[in-house]
Design a protein around this ligand. Structure first.
Ligand code: CIR
Length: 253
């Protein structure tokens, strides 16, 4: 059974962290409505939904992906590079402990789950303002003994690695070539976003569908032309908080 862990949009979302974007008001009702539709879509695509406790004093709490890296053998709780986000991690650890052995990065390094792109036994990790060499090294120390190959990737101008690229399955990497280089991803076939849709590369493959932000219709056409079935959901409101689709869930098998 595939399980998706999600958390409601905080009432303090307008105090969220922003790195590459100017602040624009986030409409809480619309953000919550779009988030509810996203959770429904995860459920429609076959995920069992597990709701984490709300954290209304943590502005970015909806973006649960950043707090943990989960592989079949282990859950690694992160030390987010954004200090304001460190209070989100404990409740995720408590919930994941029912599903996995849980370990945790210490504060000698930082890492956020948005920088981690796993394709089977290979784990690509973006070096970013949020994830540093020491944090990546700690993740490697947990995962390599389990047979994972942890590869550091440099990306440019994107908050996280998965802002710049995500894996669609069947050997295809959806990417923004301005932000990440296909040469860093051994043997994967590139599928570039439309040049006018820089933020269109954050998608989630679930079963035989690609959950995809409905705003990016030109890139959607490219994905469909490559043979994937797309399930669009609106993600425009939380995009103002610099969040994409992967950010709002932790999905485990
Ligand atoms: C932050 O800057 O931390 C949040 N406002 C957005 C986090 C988005 N998470 C993700 O891309 N994995």
């Amino acid at each position: 059974m595939t399980t998706a862990f999600v958390r409601s949009v905080s009432t303090a979302i307008n105090e969220c962290e922003l790195t590459h974007m100017d602040r624009e008001p986030v409409d809480l009702d619309n953000a919550r409505a779009q988030h509810a539709a996203y959770v429904d879509a995860l459920s429609d695509l076959g995920c069992e939904i597990h709701r984490l406790p709300a954290l209304d004093h943590q502005p970015d709490a909806v973006f649960v992906e950043d707090t943990a890296v989960v592989v079949p053998e282990l859950a690694v709780l992160t030390n987010p590079g954004a200090a304001s986000r460190r209070g989100e991690v404990d409740t995720v650890g408590e919930v994941l402990s029912a599903h996995r052995k849980v370990v945790r990065l210490d504060d000698s390094g930082t890492l956020e789950g948005g920088d981690v792109l796993r394709i089977d036994r290979r784990v690509y990790v973006g070096l970013s303002t949020r994830s540093c060499e020491q944090g990546i090294g700690q993740l490697r120390a947990f995962l390599e003994p389990l047979g994972y190959d942890v590869v550091t990737v440099r990306h440019r101008d994107a908050l996280h690695l998965k802002t710049a690229c995500t894996y669609l399955g069947d050997g295809v990497l959806l990417l923004n070539p301005e932000w990440v280089d296909i040469e860093d991803f051994d043997g994967l076939e590139p599928l570039e976003c439309d040049p006018d849709e820089a933020f269109a590369c954050n998608a989630i493959r679930i079963g035989d569908k690609v959950l995809f932000p409905a705003e990016f219709t030109r890139t959607q056409e490219r994905i469909e032309a490559r043979g994937f079935a797309v399930h669009p959901v609106s993600a425009s409101e939380l995009a103002k908080a610099e969040g994409g689709l992967t950010c709002s869930s932790i999905i485990i098998d």
